[in-house]
Design a protein around this ligand. Structure first.
Ligand code: GDP
Ligand code: MN
Length: 379
């Protein structure tokens, strides 16, 4: 799970990390009402689940109320990497002397938390990692003992040498580690952490990701989840025991097992089609799951054909066929369905499909080709 910058910096503040104070707005009118006419410089920042907002024009440093309202109008509604900007954060601007990078991630290989710091802040850290990896200092933190004070100090020493700045930076690193651990974060990043002209170290950006499997014990984090329509569907599917991931194509796929889902998507792509989703009904024999899956699928208006590809193991093909027919009776489907069943009780399943008046196919290749053909003829 991800959160927005304003939420991440809100957590930073709770942990005593200095941040630039901000006001969240979702319309130009709100900016007009909330921002004082004091001639001060401010930063207008798009709140989207994506970095690189600066480069995309989603971060603007402005002076005075009029310019703030104008920048807000430009940024609201803007599209940054497929995300439409619905909220902006307006922060006080600081005068930046230098930008740094600070981050931590879980590392499975070393079973530790890797703390990373770099003097090359503000820019894309992946680029720094690729072009000049020596400019990123890394240290492994044993999660059993936590970030030791000496470790925080030696990392801070890679960025600063003055005693006062060292004190500030190591305090920030220690607090950031506590936050990372307390919230079951998988990635926490400040880019840039800045040194201001007033010799203060401040976080002017924040990014945090969390372990979805730990959300059950993180009610505070879970409450920050803001879902898009797509994510809402994915969460609804999860509640029904289905794995659903929306993609951008036109062929809706109902399959059992993640491996078969991948293979089905590969097959569709091989013959020039695009899958509309990844929908795995899992390994059970419950007809209700097929009904639920069909119901979810057709809510995606891009779906032009449904491809049902089942390999019966524990799942029985006749149960899937019954579920499918129950779903078809319940939902008035305006798009074609291609069914391929193979494995346990396939003969019985295929007979049920035929009795209903559908013509099933037996090979996966044939199924993919037919689904693509039908998705193209139907507009
Ligand atoms: P990102 O591009 O999505 O990572 O957005 P950031 O929040 O990191 O902002 C991008 C850049 O805007 C930063 O690297 C800074 O150079 C600049 N910036 C952000 N806040 C301030 C500020 O308060 N003052 C000044 N002068 N520049 C800022
Ligand atoms: Mn940034």
């Amino acid at each position: 799970m991800k959160i927005f910058e304003y939420q991440a910096t809100g957590l930073f503040k709770k942990y005593g990390i200095p941040v630039t104070e901000g006001i969240l707005c979702s319309s130009a009118g709100e900016v007009e009402a909330k921002i004082p006419d004091d001639g001060k410089s401010r930063v207008v920042k798009a709140q989207v689940y994506s970095g690189g907002r600066g480069k995309a024009g989603g971060v603007k440093v402005v002076t005075g109320k009029e310019a703030t309202v104008e920048a807000a109008g430009q940024i609201l509604g803007m599209k940054i990497k497929d995300f439409v900007v619905e909220k902006i954060l307006i922060t006080e601007a600081v005068t930046i002397e230098k930008e740094y990078y600070v981050g931590m991630v879980n590392d499975r290989n070393t079973r530790s938390v890797i703390l990373m710091v770099s003097t090359e802040g503000g820019v894309d850290i992946e680029e720094v990692a690729a072009l000049s990896p020596s400019k990123i200092f890394r240290t492994a933190v044993d999660p059993v003992v936590g970030l030791m004070d000496w470790q925080a100090r030696s990392a801070a020493l890679k960025l600063f040498s003055e005693p006062d700045l060292l004190r500030q930076a190591s305090g920030i690193l220690s607090a950031l580690y506590r936050l990372f651990r307390d919230t079951d974060s998988t990635l926490t990043e400040i880019n840039p952490l800045v040194l201001t002209s007033g010799k203060k170290i401040v976080a002017v950006d924040g990014k945090m990701n969390f372990d979805d499997n730990a959300l059950y014990r993180q009610p505070g984090i879970l409450a920050m989840r803001e879902t898009t329509d797509t994510e809402a569907l994915e969460i609804e599917a999860e509640g029904k025991g289905l794995s659903y991931i929306k993609l951008n194509g036109t062929i809706g796929c109902i399959v059992n097992g993640a491996g078969l889902a991948m293979a089905t998507m590969d097959m569709i792509k091989l013959y020039g089609g695009e899958p509309a989703n990844f929908l795995d009904i899992g390994g059970s024999s419950n007809p209700q799951k097929v009904i639920d899956a069909m119901d979810l699928l057709i809510r995606d208006k891009n779906v032009k054909t449904v491809l049902i590809n089942i390999f019966g193991g524990i799942t029985r093909c006749d149960d899937v066929a019954l579920g499918l027919i129950a779903a078809l009776k319940k939902i008035q489907l305006a798009i074609p369905v291609v069914v391929r069943l193979s494995g346990t009780n396939a003969a019985e399943g295929l007979q049920i499909i035929r009795d209903y008046g559908l013509q099933p196919v037996t090979s996966m290749r044939e199924a993919a080709k037919k689904a693509i053909e039908l998705s193209k003829t139907k507009s």
